[in-house]
Design a protein. Sequence first.
Length: 201
Amino acid sequence: MSVSWGSAPRTLTTSIAIWLKSTVSVGYSSSTKSRTSPVVGEFLRFRGVIIPDLARLTTANQADLQRHLRDYLLRGGIPDPLKYPDLGLHQALYNDILYRDIAARYRIGELGALKELAFYLASNPASLISFNKLKEHLRLGSVNTVKNYLDHLAASWLFFTVNVHDYAVKRQQIAPKRCMVLIRVCYKQWGLRFHRTPANC
């Protein structure tokens, strides 16, 4: 079930705090001692936002930061696409990563399968995936090929997989993995979406 932005204000306030403090390495805004992620601080400064004191957020501050959080999730934090939104730079970046950083570097012959895999992962963020099912879906000859493609995508900072929790390491290794998207904007730009949620607005 999707959750609308307005229906979970406490969750969103928590999300704002996590967003602003999302890295261990922190920077300081020029006007306050609020500790914020350098990447997020750069995004907010680009938007001309003065970061308020996080310990004393007013309702207006929260609403403003919620708006910028949605904007960040929708457009990402990569500088050039934000500066030149009409040039299609997100798609150009995606193509460069897929064709140059992965296909050319690792000499991948099944380029269609790689593109289909990336499209599937971008269309199903945070979903459980099975190497065997992906092998059948992509009509590849080996599970190892699927694993290699996923490793290449992870090395290029597009996606990564997370093991499901289990006290037995062997069961973790053979169980389906959860695939996560590293660049949030990519599953809006490069995947197929059917509904609107706070995560993929």
